[in-house]
Design a protein around this ligand. Structure first.
Ligand SMILES: [Zn+2]
Ligand SMILES: [Zn+2]
Length: 286
């Protein structure tokens, strides 16, 4: 369940000394939330350390869920989180967002996208999410929606497979009121039977099945129209796969002028985070 989002202005980090934010009544040392926040600040919210901490005990897991994941997201991707919470008016599942920021979910074969072998998930050192990229994944009718999408994470498949596998992820702001969701509901698109959101565990719609994948998505990714697939969960997380055209290919330089859904002017604010050190096993998903 998403925890309620506390009021926070766009570029302001939560005050660390506010009694309403931090509890230190019952514990000292590592269970003191003020100490925890200061420790994580000093190591720049190292996601590996945070995952380990959250798995130590139920109490620390609860503190992470209530406070630490949010702090990590705000620290590592301030512009993106500010846009997503829209001045505190929209609640966010911070654990799911943190996982989305720092973890490539890998992929398995699906109805519309076949793989010879599954690609495992992994932590990431850096990813770039942008609204401009997100707009390429929205049909013309839904262009007003707020969607951040990452650059594809490249997975060489080895063997005779010429194309690299690209895995990308994203998140809608205010998904409940988005045109994309309205479209999915209006078209009575069925939720997928076998696929779940790797970030929150909820059920997903296939945008391939919904016929809501614009041509601009393949162009943005460096793929081809029928060689990608993505899903959107009922909570507005996006995850998808594509085959990436090798850079040496002439097709990579082809500019498709009659692309109805081509990129618009870049007006997004890329939100870059990086430098996650010390990767390890991810905390298990919900
Ligand atoms: Zn990856
Ligand atoms: Zn989800």
């Amino acid at each position: 369940m998403p925890e309620p989002c506390r009021k926070m202005s766009a570029n302001q980090r939560p005050r660390l000394d506010s009694p309403s934010e931090l509890s230190e009544s019952s514990h000292s040392g590592i269970l003191n939330e003020r100490v925890l926040v200061l420790v994580f600040q000093s190591i720049k919210w190292d996601i590996h350390a945070l995952c380990r901490t959250a798995s130590v005990s139920r109490k620390l897991r609860a503190v992470a869920k209530r406070l630490l994941w949010r702090e990590a997201c705000v620290y590592r991707a301030p512009q993106m989180t500010a846009a997503l919470i829209n001045g505190g008016r929209i609640s966010v599942d911070w654990h799911a967002l943190a996982k989305l920021l720092f973890f490539c979910c890998g992929c398995e074969s699906t109805r519309h996208f076949q793989l010879s072998q599954p690609a495992p998930g992994h932590f990431l050192k850096a990813s770039r999410f942008s609204k401009t990229s997100g707009r390429s994944f929205l049909t013309r009718k839904c262009r007003g929606d707020l969607l951040f999408v990452s650059d594809p994470c490249e997975h060489p498949m080895g063997g005779d497979v010429e194309y690299d596998l690209g895995i990308y992820r994203g998140i809608f702001g205010g998904f409940m009121r988005s045109r994309t969701r309205a479209c999915l509901v209006a078209r009575q698109v069925e939720l997928e039977e076998k696929v779940r959101c790797p970030y929150c565990g909820a059920r997903v719609w296939s945008m391939t099945t919904a016929r809501l994948i614009p041509k601009s998505a393949a162009k943005r990714l460096g793929s081809q129209d029928d060689r990608l697939e993505y899903f959107v969960c009922v909570n507005g997380h996006l995850h998808g796969t594509c085959w990436l055209i090798p850079l040496s290919s002439d097709e990579a330089n082809t500019d498709n002028d009659d692309d109805m859904d081509g990129d618009d002017d870049a007006d997004g604010t890329p939100s870059r985070y990086g430098g996650v050190n010390g990767f390890g096993s991810p905390e298990s998903s919900n």
